[in-house]
Write a protein that binds this ligand. Structure first.
Ligand SMILES: Cc1ncc(COP(=O)(O)O)c(C=O)c1O
Length: 374
């Protein structure tokens, strides 16, 4: 008899292949205690002060938002929080999305048109790749952080397209290194192109009060759009696209991941508002910076690491099995550190990815590095 629920063989083979090369993804919840893995860089997700701030903002709020923002889900609170976000990031406006994934897919799929060109860093986040794939614009990737490669592409294509968009992360999520943003801004001026910067891993870590790398480098006004996500250092959920009023109006009209989804609930909005308030008061950013400096000073030159002054640090170790074994060994000593395997990263570039936090102790850092070096 025909079995309606029989899983297609082609798909089952894909899962078997993942099992064979030790790259099968699985959901876990039983995390080791010492956190060197989450994106909660400042410990905001369970921070007493953030909770206090949130409680003081909560009046009588609705649990659900009842609809998309263009139907019944909007409120004056959205307006208030978006105005505060734009002010904090020194720009005209901001538009909230339910996640960074939604923000990137909505922005990249709707903004660049047929006849436009998107140039993006080869290590760009999957959410941007997915947005680019949905767009009708032509797109090419350039070598990671290579100004030379980017300039060659710009020279070659400058006269063949209407608009050119250059898309980068300020801090790369898998390598933890910075984008050469100053040099890229110079190229946007020479080649009349638009810069889009995803600041997911820079907010809360870099810049004045954690405003991000664009703030640190004083290039906020040189960006066409910036993306700030709230599920990482801010310990909440959601994201915003920051830019001009024209950009906001356009996205409200054309970004499908904004239009066709239920608005975030007021609780999430207030959590974002409270996290921004706390950013201006907290000493966690300083504590995180101290830990980043300490970690870099303790790094042993025998280790093959990627230089980073962000919260993300990678120690390379070739092979999926090798990094998986190291992850398991560290977990036995209660260290929560994730191995990053191919195909998420290139083969032979497998790694242990260490996320530093404000709340990690020096002793924890010492012990972790000792275990990895053994
Ligand atoms: C660079 C970057 N952009 C966007 C996202 C997506 O953000 P969110 O988790 O809020 O969907 C991530 C998350 O992994 C990221 O690392």
């Amino acid at each position: 008899m025909f079995d309606k629920r029989k899983f297609p063989k082609k798909l089952a083979d894909l899962i078997s292949a993942r099992k064979e090369n030790f790259s099968l993804r699985k959901l876990n919840y039983n995390y080791p205690i010492i956190d060197f893995s989450s994106n909660d860089y400042l410990g905001f997700s369970s921070h007493g002060l953030l909770n206090e701030e949130l409680q003081s903002l909560k009046k009588s709020i609705k649990v659900g938002s009842t609809g998309s923002r263009l139907i019944s889900g909007n409120s004056s609170l959205f307006n208030e929080v978006e105005t505060e976000i734009a002010t904090f990031h020194h720009d005209e406006s901001s538009l909230l999305f339910n996640s960074g994934y939604d923000a990137n897919v909505g922005l990249l799929s709707s903004l660049p048109q047929k006849g436009d060109l998107i140039l993006y860093d080869e290590l760009i986040h999957a959410s941007i790749i997915d947005g680019v794939r949905l767009s009708f614009a032509t797109h090419y990737k350039f070598e990671h952080n290579s100004i030379i490669d980017l300039e060659q592409l710009l020279k070659r294509h400058i006269n063949s397209f209407n608009e050119i968009y250059i898309v980068v992360e300020s801090v790369y999520s898998m390598d933890g290194d910075h984008s050469p943003l100053k040099e890229i801004v110079a190229l946007t001026k020479t080649y009349n192109s638009n810069l889009i910067v995803d600041e997911a891993h820079a907010i809360g870590v870099l810049g004045q009060h954690g405003r991000g790398l664009c703030n640190e480098l004083n290039i906020e006004k040189d960006c066409f759009a910036r993306i700030y996500t709230y599920g990482k250092a801010l310990g909440c959920h959601g994201a915003s696209v920051v830019g001009s009023n024209d950009l906001k109006e356009y996205l409200i009209n054309y970004a499908r991941s904004f239009i066709y989804t239920t608005a975030m609930p007021e609780h999430s909005l207030l959590a974002i508002k409270a996290a921004y308030i706390l950013l201006e008061k907290t000493n966690e950013i300083e504590e995180l910076k101290k830990n980043i400096e300490y970690f870099n000073n303790q790094l042993n030159s025998n280790l093959d690491f990627i230089e980073s002054r962000s919260a993300i640090h990678c120690i390379l170790k070739s092979g999926n099995i090798a990094v998986q074994q190291l992850e398991e060994k560290l977990a036995k000593d209660n260290f929560f550190v994730k191995s990053i395997k191919s195909p998420t990263v290139k083969t032979y570039k497998e790694r242990i990815r260490i996320c530093l936090h404000s709340f990690n102790t020096k002793e924890e850092i010492d012990n972790l590095l000792l275990l990895i070096s053994e």
